[in-house]
Ligand binder design. Structure first.
Ligand SMILES: Nc1ncnc2c1ncn2[C@@H]1O[C@H](COP(=O)(O)OP(=O)(O)OP(=O)(O)O)[C@@H](O)[C@H]1O
Ligand SMILES: [Mg+2]
Length: 510
């Protein structure tokens, strides 16, 4: 007889069902595991043997064959321990097999029979719910699984013994409840930044429309400070976005104690980050920083210090909202719809362009530094601001009256207008102007006569690429939304173009 338990393999954030089949037959005592297991899965045999022994059971002294079907799908990770152990328990009659058939199981076993948390419980729970089955998972991951659906039956056990007792009906494990991570109330506030009105305005526009932003300025002018205040003005995640973000965090094993939060991700990888760290990949095709920043912000401080190839690998996700990682035998894709925010100095010494300053290395100082950025990457950045050094007079001023709360309210209003507009067009997956497809731009962001004249003049003199042309219109649409204006006017376009122009010199250098 073959005992079966369903588990999952992860392909991106999708959980693909895997059938764990166990057959115990007469013959020499062998424990064979087939179905493309990687090294971790192969080692599960030793953990299972020890965990069963610790639970007062021994592996039968017969031939045990475990098959993970479909046999041609690679199996990676430690979460196969529990389903294999459960299928063995069903095969020796220690657990009623028909009860297990209604569940998807995943979890890692300790040598003492305890069940350790694993990555990917949330996508597995969503997968189980789609299959119309319940979920068996580690106790620590229970509250994470509970987010998948209120109807999902969840058995979150601490140990193999507890699970066996649950299925025999001698000790019932209660269904876990979804938990929310308390939103941090001590986010840094925009009111701390003195002066820098242009940069603050650009930050607000970027937050309102989800636009990419680059800040260029001398050291100590407040670029990192401004960027770290972006989370305090961004609206919370919509329920669907929250689930996507949490699924990626779950696969990456970064969901702290199974609690979810509606705060938008803000990821700021160090400039020494490798390609695998940034876009994903490595041994297990884990999601990278771009995917962990999905539906949120990827902040790259000291932009030219990143490896040029690593930066260029961002071009594809910035355009398509998805990263595709090619492996030897399969392809994995993760969502990566991000808002890119970057900061940099204008040159190596940091002060090029300041009145009265001449770089010691001459004009090459700025040229060489800026040439580390490729033109196509700069072209994808809608808003570029020069953040000049703050004057002592500005610093002495009292803190500005307006803080993050007021700005966040304006951002939320502008976002509500955008969401409503796209919903009316039947596009409820698009939430911001930055995400709107190019085909829609002409319709949604069509400028009035004055605006059109300004734009066509500027498109010629600035030699805007087709992408830049559409991006300018998108920014102008966001500016109009901040004004609650139905049409994009001349003023909106003038402001959108001024943000583009600030970076022309940069794009030229690259
Ligand atoms: N506009 C400002 N208002 C108040 N304080 C400021 C301002 N700008 C800078 N500071 C002070 O200077 C410190 C450094 O600022 P920040 O790290 O943001 O500079 P930066 O522009 O990122 O510099 P770098 O190019 O060297 O990274 C801040 O922690 C803050 O104390
Ligand atoms: Mg900085």
């Amino acid at each position: 007889m073959v005992a079966r338990v369903t588990t999952v393999a992860f392909q991106g954030i999708e959980a693909v069902p895997v059938d764990v089949q166990v057959q115990i037959t007469a013959g020499n005592p062998v424990f064979a595991l087939v179905g493309l297991p990687d090294k971790t899965v192969g080692e599960s045999r030793e953990r299972i043997r020890a965990a069963l022994f610790a639970s007062g059971l021994a592996l039968p002294q017969r031939r045990i064959t475990v098959n993970l079907a479909p046999a041609d799908l690679p199996k990676e990770g430690s979460h196969y321990d529990l389903p294999i152990a459960l299928a063995i328990l069903a095969a020796i009659g220690a657990i009623p097999g028909d009860q297990l058939a209604d569940h998807v199981a995943l979890g890692e076993l300790g040598l003492d029979g305890t069940i350790a948390p694993v990555a990917g419980v949330l996508p597995a729970a969503i997968g189980a719910s789609a299959l119309g089955k319940g979920l068996i998972c580690p106790a620590e991951s229970g509250s994470e699984a509970a987010w998948a659906s209120p109807d999902l039956a969840i058995v979150a056990g601490r140990s193999l013994t507890q699970l066996a007792n649950h299925f025999k009906g001698t000790q019932v494990v209660a269904r876990p409840t979804p938990k929310v991570r308390e939103a941090a109330s001590d986010l840094p506030d925009l009111a701390d930044v003195k002066g820098q009105e242009t940069a603050k305005r650009a930050l607000e526009v970027a937050a309102a429309g989800g636009h990419n932003l680059l800040m260029v300025g001398p050291p100590g002018s407040g670029k990192s400070m401004l960027a770290s205040r972006l989370p305090s003005i961004l609206p919370p995640l919509e329920p669907r976005e929250l689930l996507e973000v949490s699924m990626i965090a779950s696969i990456a094993g970064q969901l702290a104690d199974g609690r979810l939060t509606d705060r938008r991700p803000f990821r700021s990888p160090h400039h020494s980050a490798s390609m695998a760290a940034l876009v994903g990949g490595g041994l297990k095709a884990r999601p990278g920083e771009v995917s962990l920043a999905h539906n949120g912000v990827l902040f790259l401080d000291e932009l030219p210090e990143f490896h040029p190839q690593v930066l260029d690998s961002l071009r594809q996700p910035l355009e398509t909202g998805e990263v595709v990682i090619a492996r030897a035998n399969h392809r994995v894709s993760y969502p990566a719809r991000i808002q890119l925010v970057a900061a940099m100095n204008p040159c190596r010494c940091g002060h090029a362009g300041e009145p009265g300053h001449t770089c010691r290395r001459g004009a090459r100082c700025a040229e060489d530094y800026q040439a580390r950025l490729s033109g196509p990457l700069i072209d994808r950045i809608d808003l570029r601001v020069e953040v000049a050094a703050v004057s002592a007079a500005d610093l002495i001023l009292p803190a500005p009256r307006e803080g993050s709360r007021e700005v966040a309210a304006r951002v939320a209003r502008a976002r509500a207008i955008q969401t409503a507009r796209f919903r009316a067009l039947g596009l409820d997956r698009i939430l911001t102007n930055a995400d709107m497809p190019a085909a829609l731009v002409e319709e949604v962001a069509a400028p009035d006569a004055g605006g059109r004249k300004l734009l066509s003049d500027a498109a010629d003199s600035l030699r805007l690429s087709a992408r830049a042309y559409h991006r300018v219109l998108k920014v102008a649409r966001t500016l109009a939304d901040l004004d609650e204006a139905p049409r994009v006017g001349r003023l909106h376009l003038a402001e959108a173009l001024s943000h583009r122009r600030a970076g022309e010199q940069l794009a030229g250098a690259a």
